[in-house]
Design a protein. Structure first.
Length: 290
């Protein structure tokens, strides 16, 4: 009897391990395809009163990924948030994956039909090439491309400045973020409230936070890829361990940063405990007095 029971026990263990592997695989698949809606309310000193309560959806790092047919699941999730603006902060496309035909244009058109949409490039667009053509496609589908440039937004009788910079992977002689910040101050004064769209989260503490922008909005960090308790993620997109500035709100040098965990993955990578994110920012005005 003993001899017969050993193969049976081994068989049960094998089936148990196989079931665990299947469940783990299903969990990873769900964690990389099921959208998570997150909400943040950055408290911003000197936010113009007319923008108090303004709703903005932030999307980043799609990496040529579909959520639902033609991204309809993603578009419905965005639409349900009732945003007044949509900010698309780079890596719409992926340099290491096939790009579905018409992907950029149809995604742009879907978002622009919901709310005014603003876009800045990420590092992957420049790695792929043909960025001028991509920008033309996005503009033709109703998206405003901010290439080291700025515009004004109006709400309830007030205005603020929205600036956007191309990724550092762009042209070597492109306008620097510092020059753009000087232009904003020259046009609207030192006390103007302004926001900056800039793809790379890791440039914030030592560079972007020093520009004078009240709110910087970024992606690129993918939430640290694997989210572990008491960390800001396990690994950066630059392959360093335990990065920071990968998800949510931060403050440095009088500037606030928001980083979205993003939506897609690059190449063969995957997320763990870090679902694709549709982020809703609701701007909150605080008293300007110290």
């Amino acid at each position: 009897m003993e001899r017969r029971s050993k193969p049976r026990r081994r068989g049960r263990r094998l089936l148990f391990c196989l079931a665990l592997a299947v469940l783990a695989g299903l969990y990873v698949w769900w964690g990389n395809t099921a959208l998570q809606i997150t909400s943040f309310s950055p408290a911003l000193r000197d936010l113009p009163p007319g923008f108090d309560g303004c709703r903005i959806v932030v999307l980043g790092d799609l990496h040529s990924t579909y959520f639902g047919e033609k991204n309809e699941t993603l578009l419905e999730a965005v639409r349900a948030r009732e945003p007044e603006y949509i900010f698309l902060v780079g890596d719409l496309l992926d340099a290491f994956r096939d790009i579905p035909e018409g992907y950029a244009g149809e995604t742009a058109a879907g978002l622009a039909a919901i709310a005014p949409t603003y876009y800045v490039t990420g590092n992957h667009e420049w790695a792929i090439g043909d960025v001028p053509e991509l920008k033309e496609v996005l503009e033709a589908r109703g998206v405003t491309v901010l290439s080291n440039a700025f515009v004004t937004l109006e709400r309830n009788g007030d205005t603020l400045v929205l600036a956007g910079i191309d990724d550092p992977n762009g042209y070597a002689d492109q306008k620097s973020p510092e020059s753009l910040a000087e232009e904003v101050r020259a046009a609207y004064g030192e006390d103007a409230f302004w926001m900056l769209l800039a793809h790379r989260n890791n440039y914030f503490p030592d560079r972007y936070s020093l520009l004078g922008a009240d709110l910087v909005i970024s992606g690129h960090g993918h939430g640290g890829v694997i989210r572990l308790p008491f960390t800001d993620g396990l690994v950066s997109t630059d392959r360093t361990f335990f990065p920071s500035y990968t998800a949510g709100l931060y403050e440095e040098n009088g500037s606030t940063l928001f980083v979205t965990r993003g939506l897609g993955n690059t190449g063969p990578s995957f997320r763990l405990f870090n679902r694709p994110e549709v982020a809703l920012l609701t701007l909150v005005r605080t008293n300007s007095a110290p």
